[in-house]
Design a protein around this ligand. Sequence first.
Ligand code: NAD
Length: 464
Amino acid sequence: MLKIINPANGLLIKTIETDTSESLAHKFNQLKNGKKDWQNVPITDRIAILTKWKELLIHHKQELASILTQEMGKPIKQALAEIEAIANITTEWFCKNTQRYLMDEIVHDTNEWYEKIVYEPKGVICHISAWNYPYSVGANVIVPGLLAGNAIMYKPSEYTTLTGLKIQELFYQAGVPQSAFQIAIGAQPVGEALLSLPFDGYYFTGSSKTGKFIYEKVANKLVTCELEMGGKDPVYICEDIKNIDEVVAVTADGAFYNTGQSCCSVERIYVHEKIYDDYVRRFVQEVKRYKMGDPTKDDTYLGPLSRQQQLTVLEKQVKDAVDKGATVLCGGGIATVQHQPQIHAGGYFFEPTVLVNVTQNMSVMREESFGPIVGIAKVATDTEACSLMADTEYGLTAAVFSDNQTRALKILQQLEVGTIYHNCCERVKPWVPWSGRKQSGIGHVLSSIGIRALTKPKAYQFKK
Ligand code: NAD
């Protein structure tokens, strides 16, 4: 049985029965037996069904957002923003563009030869997912996956099970047959059970540790396994920025949005020494303005952490940093009701925390924090900034804020990351690929590349 807990107060929402090996095998067989039927549905009809799903998301957005807020603590406005973006931007883009990227590509047509590439669906795909953006990380694979003609087994995170069940309900309501979409309910044991079923491909979004475990486990099947994993994303603020207040607002939001629980959250900030003091002072002012508390309230910006155990991880990072010489400029610990009367006693709240005098040997500058905490360090040159930004085992995103695009690009192009940002950060769009390098992952979602990754391209070589 799975206990669904509200992280804002630690109270039980409900208990749900989890899948067993037998029920998973049954669901898998439904998908295996039904995949041809779904493939045979014309793509225009599949687009119409996914368009209907998009409309249902918008129609039910208040109810969906309040479920998400209740089970993972995402502030209600941010929950609504996630659902609206997935419906109106991501799903809309996939519905408009998937067909053209999956058209047969005639690559050679002469008197003698006719050769083309045909994008066949992979078959039955298993998608094991994270909780922090369940609509995004779910839809990034499921929507183009279904459009491309695959059947999908989706395992939502155990922290967003109720959201997963709603996603499934609305897919069925939109017309996706049960033989094309199923969900697996449960935590790690259910995830592991999925690894022994003969899927035609795996997608995983979650921590690097779990991703590498999954990669090894499924290696023997010789099917593709795409991994979207953690990050320790750096930002460098050059001294030539025009509007320091705007850069402070954007970078603080990049660090603290979703209570710092984004894969591409700003986790390390390097600031040129010429503007360092000014930037830090304004940054702390901005963070102190953030309202933490009841995530169901419209004006709440910081909610609880979704997982109680992360409170200890953050406490340890702060202690390690302070022991090694860092200074806490705001926050620094678990939020107590005594200091923050607006929060509930049983909730998993951590104070928004800004650390300075940080160095690369501190865990807060090396290990993913995944919470409302950020370290800011002073640098003297672009070369120093570039080398500190590169000093990580992760490779998801990196950002430079500068009035000079050539200068920013010179730094960013040297970094081994999947996404580079100039004058922006913590941003994902469906028309560009999303991918990690190094310990942040392998493979792609989103864009034409992510759509085609959901297929098995077949070469046709015909002699005339
Ligand atoms: P997690 O690794 O704990 O769990 C992810 C999923 O894997 C869950 O569904 C979980 O039940 C399942 N799982 C856990 N152990 C398993 C096992 N042994 N075998 C099979 N399945 C297993 O990660 P999380 O806490 O859910 O997510 C947070 C992490 O996800 C962060 O590191 C974050 O950076 C990362 N993330 C990355 C992206 C990206 O696009 N790169 C997006 C969102 C989140």
